[in-house]
Design a binder for this molecule. Sequence first.
Ligand code: SAM
Ligand code: ZN
Length: 293
Amino acid sequence: MLKKIDIVKNLIKKHSALFRCPKCEKEMKWNEENSLVCSDGHCFDLAKKGYIYLMLRKVETHYNNKLFESRRALCQAGFYEPLTQELVGLINKYLNDEIAQPAIIDAGCGEGSNLARIIEDISANTPQEPVGTGIDISKDGISIAARDYPGIIWAVANLADLPLADHSFDVLLNVFTPFNQQEFKRILKQDGIILKVIPEEGYLGELRDIFYKNSDSETYSNHDVVANFKQHFAILETKRVTYQFKLEGEQLSHLVNMTPLAWGAAPENIRKVTDMGEMNITVDVVILVGGKR
Ligand SMILES: C[S@@+](CC[C@H](N)C(=O)[O-])C[C@H]1O[C@@H](n2cnc3c(N)ncnc32)[C@H](O)[C@@H]1O
Ligand SMILES: [Zn+2]
């Protein structure tokens, strides 16, 4: 049986055309010594953990190992499963089903659970064999993704300066993550689709009520984000997804650990949530499905 690291090497070798050099933007090839190399000789090694580091300099980020382990625990508990299933349904609806191996990129994939579930579902339930690539600026997130999901290409990269080839992806996912119209248009194929998930006003509203009662952060509007998306992509569909999910015991600690909403909250308010025992938490988002104009 192939070792985990060999599965990753074979994947990157087979799909090296998806990448471009972060330094000079030239094509890259896999060299058997363990790296992606461009024709100018810029070389990026595969880490032992099974991901490729494609940044030119380190970036500090708030998104750390603890946050991603908690996010992963909630994904495993099914917290985001209804949303993931909606994404799968929309991909199946809009992706051309004659493409045998669609290339799917998750830009800002975090610890990778969402992309992994989507690839697993499409592979199991359609004749298509998608090739998944997940990129994130946080090495902690990508390390967990590579540890748990070896059938996908994982890279540390900045979505504002993607080390990815022009017009090479059929589907781009952008879930609770910054948007970059120029780069996203560049890497999408002409008939490619983009699915952007953004919070609606009810998203984690129970936390917002406890953390930010009577302050500006108590309400949230996604109006500007939606308007910006519509300016750059043709809307194929807009789908609101709203549901409640019961979290209990230590899942409530995972909830406050995994959300940036807790970054500005007072410690006593965070304790109010973790002491609660159980809570029904609202997931309220909109999925924007877009195509290139
Ligand atoms: C709220 S998390 C969402 C993660 C994941 N999509 C999910 O739904 O679990 C936002 C993610 O965006 C990533 N991120 C922020 N700025 C980024 C950038 N410039 N390039 C790549 N990733 C970025 C963060 O590291 C973090 O993983
Ligand atoms: Zn180069």
